[in-house]
Each structure stands twice: as structure tokens, then as C-alpha cells.
Design a protein around this ligand. Structure first.
Ligand code: FES
Ligand SMILES: [Fe+2]
Length: 334
């Protein structure tokens, strides 16, 4: 299911300059994301075309991608350009052994990859979501912080939790408190809710309504509240009046998930002299509320692991939990 979908894996502003790269393992597949000299961003399998060694780790900047084993070297566009010691190998052509590309598409600065050559386009998967979010101008935003958590729960528990407000008065009693959202209509592989209200949702109540001006282009419902969005299969977006953040839920196994929270602000806010000081309030909010969601998700996983656990009933405050289950059923059953 994951490998047939477009999966959000990062922002183009994480690899801003030619030679910038990042690497990670996605659904067991080691990947490289790299920006070439012409400015194009590529995704490649992080495996040497000679005898398969993993090529790079972590992130950084480099002029070439060279293999630590026998020294084959690839350009940033994936072309094999140096093969020391291969002079005697007959019928060997470098052009046949470039890095293996993975499909990559971007939307508003967000990078998505897809392992399935037959899958439709990213635009098809997103449906009407780009129109809904156009007024946030997210392509102009900058990712200012990413934080990772490795959790003992599956990715689906985590996505469901992010998409229902039923738990907010209990789980978030000490932080953000109760929220009452409204479900949105959608076309495409996403579902969402809207929380009406003035001011940003990205601050703790004691830290005020907003530390930065609202995004000036906001229109329609975007100007009147906050969106909480599930981008199937496993990404959550929230778009507020002055910023947006995401939660990526990377499945590490049936009971383990790597969660990455990324925070983006308009480049005009990031350029302000007081940005570094004021953004701390936003970090405080995420660093307080997210561990609350993390802890409750791990408790749910433990309880669901009981052979005596049985499905219960959903509240009217959990419509998207039902949507997530139906989306999954459509993909795992005929
Ligand atoms: S495995 Fe990479 S050069 Fe041999
Ligand atoms: Fe929550």
C-alpha cells in the first residue's frame, strides 16, 4: 500500500543548494534525495550499481556520490562517471549503470516519492487539496525545525489520533485543551477537518493569540480557522493563520513508527529580527502537546495488543477515524 502511493518525505528547502543531499530508509528502502548542479531535485535508490553497497548516509553537501567500496562515482544527476579498475571488463558501458531513479514530484515545496511506475500523478492523489490550501502560499514557507520521535505504536494509531478532537479535553488538558472541529468534504486521497477561530492554533493558550502577523493571502475558510489534514497514507498537515506543521508517520514495523514533526513559517516571518526569540513559544507548544499524543498512542498500542481487546463504537467526534479505516479497507480488500 505504501509503495503504491505518493509519500511525503521532506521539503525542497532542506536541500537548497546544488550538491545538498539527505538520505533515509523508507519502508525498508535506503534512499537519497539530492539537488543536482542544474537545480533539479532527484530521488535515487541508495545502492551502488556495482555490488550494491549503500552509498551515503545522513545529510550534507557533496560534489559527487562515490561508493566507499571500490570507488565508483556518480554525478549528482545519477550518471555513473568514474569506474576505476573496470578497463578490462568487456561490453561494460557506464551509461547502463546510473543510479536507479525513484519517482519524485513536488507540490508547494513538499517532496513526494512513489515506488510504483504505474501509479498516477501526485496531482491525482492530492485531488482538491492544492486548491484548498493555495492561499497559504506554502511554497514560500521555510522549514525551520524538524524533530523525530521513535514510538512503540503503529502509524495508523498515530494518524487516527491526529485526526480526531475527541481526545483533546482529556489528553491535552494541560496544554492546548478542547477543540471542536468540523469535517470537510474532499476529493483525492486526503480527509480533513476545520477548526473555526481567530488567532493561531500553534501556541499554548497562555502564550497569546499569535506572535506573527497572519499570512496576508489567506482566503475563505483558511482565513477563519485551522485545517487538520490526513494525506494518505501516513502524513498529517496542520495549517494555521501564521504557520504550518506536519507529522510524518514512517512505519518501522507493525508496532513501531518514526514520527517526524516539521515546522514551517512564511519566509517574511523568518526574516524578522525577533523571529528566533518568538518562535520559541511555538516550539514550546509542539514540545508539550506532541509528547501527550505520543504517550496516549503507545498506551493504545499496548491495550490493542491484548487478545481480549475488541473493537468499540466511535463518537460523532471521530468521523475521520472512520474515513481512515474505509480508505485502508479499499486498498487491502478487493
Ligand atoms: S560496490 Fe560500489 S564500487 Fe563496488
Ligand atoms: Fe492530540
Amino acid at each position: 500500500m505504501f509503495k503504491k502511493s505518493w509519500n511525503f518525505i521532506g521539503r525542497v528547502d532542506e536541500v537548497p543548494k546544488p550538491g545538498d543531499y539527505m538520505s533515509f530508509v523508507l519502508f525498508g528502502e535506503p534512499l537519497i534525495i539530492v539537488r543536482d548542479k542544474a537545480g533539479l531535485v532527484h530521488a535515487f535508490a541508495n545502492t551502488c550499481r556495482h555490488r550494491g553497497t549503500r552509498l551515503v548516509e545522513a545529510s550534507g553537501n557533496r560534489a559527487l556520490i562515490s561508493c566507499p567500496y571500490h570507488g565508483w562515482a556518480y554525478g549528482l544527476d545519477g550518471k555513473l562517471i568514474a569506474t576505476p579498475g573496470m578497463e578490462e571488463t568487456v561490453n561494460f558501458e557506464r551509461k547502463d549503470y546510473g543510479l536507479l531513479p525513484i519517482r519524485l514530484e513536488t507540490w508547494e515545496g513538499f517532496i513526494f516519492v512513489n515506488f510504483d511506475a504505474r501509479a498516477g500523478s501526485l496531482a491525482e492523489q492530492l485531488g482538491d487539496l492544492p486548491a484548498l490550501l493555495a492561499s497559504y502560499n506554502m511554497g514560500e514557507m521555510v522549514c525551520v525545525r524538524r524533530r523525530e520521535y521513535e514510538l512503540a505504536c503503529n502509524w495508523k494509531i498515530y494518524l487516527e489520533n491526529a485526526m480526531e478532537d475527541y481526545h483533546t479535553p482529556t489528553v491535552h488538558k494541560q496544554s492546548i485543551g478542547k477543540q471542536l472541529t468540523e469535517r470537510l468534504e474532499s476529493t483525492g486521497d486526503w480527509r480533513g477537518t476545520h477548526l473555526p477561530g481567530a488567532g493561531t492554533i500553534a501556541l499554548l493558550p497562555e502564550d497569546g493569540a499569535s506572535a506573527f502577523p497572519p499570512i496576508p493571502t489567506l482566503a475563505g475558510l483558511a482565513a477563519q480557522g485551522t485545517y487538520f489534514l490526513a494525506l494518505f497514507p501516513s502524513t498529517f498537515f496542520s495549517t494555521a493563520h501564521d504557520c504550518m506543521w506536519w507529522l510524518q508517520e514512517f512505519p518501522l514495523g507493525p508496532k513501531r513508527t518514526k514520527v517526524v514533526i516539521g515546522s514551517c513559517f512564511p519566509s517574511t516571518a523568518v526574516a524578522r529580527g525577533d523571529f528566533a526569540e518568538k518562535v520559541e513559544k511555538y516550539y514550546r507548544r509542539w514540545d508539550k502537546s506532541l509528547p501527550e499524543d505520543n504517550a496516549i498512542s503507545e498506551l493504545q498500542q499496548i491495550g490493542l495488543g491484548s487478545s481480549l481487546s475488541r473493537p468499540g463504537r466511535l463518537s460523532f467526534r471521530e468521523p475521520v477515524v472512520h474515513d481512515i479505516a474505509n480508505w485502508l479497507l479499499d486498498r487491502v480488500l478487493d
